[in-house]
Write a protein that binds this ligand. Sequence first.
Ligand SMILES: Cc1cc2nc3c(=O)[nH]c(=O)nc-3n(C[C@H](O)[C@H](O)[C@H](O)COP(=O)(O)O)c2cc1C
Length: 217
Amino acid sequence: MKILVVFHSMTGNVLQLARAVVDGAETSGAEVRLRKVAELVPPEVIAAKATLQAGQEKMKDIPLASLDDLRWADGVCFGSPTRYGNMSAQLKNFIDQTGELWMKGELVGKVAACFTSTSTQHGGQESTLLSMMVPLFHLGFVIQGLPYAEAGQMGMEQIHGGSPYGVSSVSGPRGDRAPTEVDLELARALGRRVAWNAGKLAVAGTEPKPAAKRKAG
Ligand SMILES: Cc1cc2nc3c(=O)[nH]c(=O)nc-3n(C[C@H](O)[C@H](O)[C@H](O)COP(=O)(O)O)c2cc1C
């Protein structure tokens, strides 16, 4: 299986989740590419804030995602910080460049899953994950959620992310609360599941042709 993990992150929380998704996919035997999307915030804004500079530094060696990465992959995990309950413009900007893939149906039948991070517990993880899926349906992806079989999401002992819609973490008001071990284990589980299911679909082969129309009468 070939798995692409493509993400946007500014202060490193989504990056940490992305690395755990990579680990999970790799333990399933997948070949994995980790890719970031282009930053749209002006360099002078980033230069003026130490936390943003530190975030860029953590990601400087990660290549930018391309359309060929999407073509190459059997499964794709998309990660974005929450922006007012939605994915970031940076990740959406990447998805909005997939018109030629959509035209040719090149992503149809591939597996996709989503992950996010918010600063607050009820700051829109689920709305972000669900709205991230909308363009993925248009592109023809088969969406992988995070079933309750991944029992870590059921715990009540500590604040953590994770829901049937995907992986998440809560980074706190200053964005410096790292994903917990529960979040990271759920991220690894998502990577494993996307790799397994991409593998199963690859074995199942190409899609059946639409059934021939029945004759009237
Ligand atoms: C413009 C903007 C909008 C945000 N909107 C939300 C939000 O709706 N809910 C929330 O809890 N956090 C929100 N955040 C906080 C980030 O989603 C949060 O800090 C996240 O953990 C950052 O991920 P990163 O470290 O990968 O960049 C917002 C941050 C910014 C800059």
